[in-house]
Design a protein around this ligand. Structure first.
Ligand SMILES: [Zn+2]
Length: 218
């Protein structure tokens, strides 16, 4: 599967420098059944590198560089940002995703920050880099814990968290928080039930959505 791409210029909202980036011209939906955290199949995961861009001048990372930032160039040049919270130098796209997540937290875009850490964890999963994948999932869970108001009432994120908590290795928390829990949607309740089953047997692996009892592949 070859993505259809095009070139486009963006002006960095942090430093004002224009630069040209390759973006997806057509957003092809994934074909197969996703994992429990909605991770798409491998061909589609190759698109991840088009979901984040980096300013060649200041290092600001976001889905699009002209997205306004609620922080100054000082933060983009801080050690935390440049080092991607200590996870830099292992996977270039994951680096950018983590820096995007850090910026999203500064921008109070907490759901987007969790998504960016999730994407970074997928990239590390494909590198068989379990330590960094788990670190990204733990960072996402921390954002979720520290900003409960941003996620209140959102069952999709609540159930996504069960997967991120389990896959970061905190099996007891999944059992403690999700056992017997009902959600508005039967599908979400079924996924949460399955997450508790997996956590009970300390299963840290990725599982596909069609493994959930009662859910069939499309
Ligand atoms: Zn810049």
């Amino acid at each position: 599967m070859t993505p259809v791409t095009t070139e486009k210029e963006f002006v960095c909202s942090v430093c004002g420098t224009p630069s040209t980036h390759t973006i997806l011209a057509v957003n092809e939906p994934p074909q197969g059944v996703p994992d429990l955290d909605l991770r798409p199949d491998l061909p589609h995961r190759n698109y991840l590198r088009y979901w984040v861009m980096e300013c060649p001048c200041c290092g600001y990372c976001n889905s699009m560089l002209d997205v306004p930032a609620d922080f100054s160039r000082d933060y983009v040049e801080s050690d935390e940002y440049k080092n991607a919270s200590g996870l830099s130098g292992q996977n270039q796209t994951a680096d950018r995703m983590i820096r995007k997540a850090l910026g999203c937290v500064k921008n109070h875009s907490y759901k987007e920050a969790v998504q960016s850490y999730l994407y970074a964890s997928w990239l590390f999963d494909d590198d068989n880099n379990d330590a960094s994948a788990s670190a990204c999932r733990r960072a996402a869970v921390r954002i979720y814990d520290e900003h409960p108001a941003a996620f209140r009432g959102d069952d999709n994120f609540k159930v996504l968290m069960a997967d991120m908590i389990r896959r970061s290795g905190d099996f007891q928390r999944v059992v403690r928080e999700y056992e017997g829990k009902a959600f508005r949607s039967q599908l979400m309740t079924a996924i949460a039930f399955f997450e508790v089953q997996l956590a009970s047997r300390e299963d840290k692996a990725a599982h596909r959505a069609d493994e959930v009892p009662g859910v069939t592949a499309k």
